[in-house]
Design a protein around this ligand. Sequence first.
Ligand SMILES: [Zn+2]
Length: 119
Amino acid sequence: MRVAEVALARRTEVTLAERRCPHCGTAGAHLHGKDKNDQQRFRRCTTECRRSFNILTGTPLARARKPEKWGQYLSHMTDHRSVTKIVEAGIGVNRATVWRWRHRFLKAAAQDNARPSPG
Ligand SMILES: [Zn+2]
């Protein structure tokens, strides 16, 4: 499952490097501090689209809840723990949430792998 974590780290890196608006594809948005969940925010897009976004906009994780728990969840996931074990470890989310995250993280990873990389 390490692939999911790597894919997310890579997405963060690429997004920070390109600062590309997920709505219109324009690169070069300005950084705008971090939100309360320590996710990088970007100032509004510099073109007429003018929409704001963060690293997860446009990904299956954009509307996932409790991002402050993702780090703990991912570390369990990369240790190949089952959903039941992760719930039992007591990270403060229920079974349904863990299942949903598992699905979303894998989907996000698959999306990144499907995208052709430059060069
Ligand atoms: Zn835009």
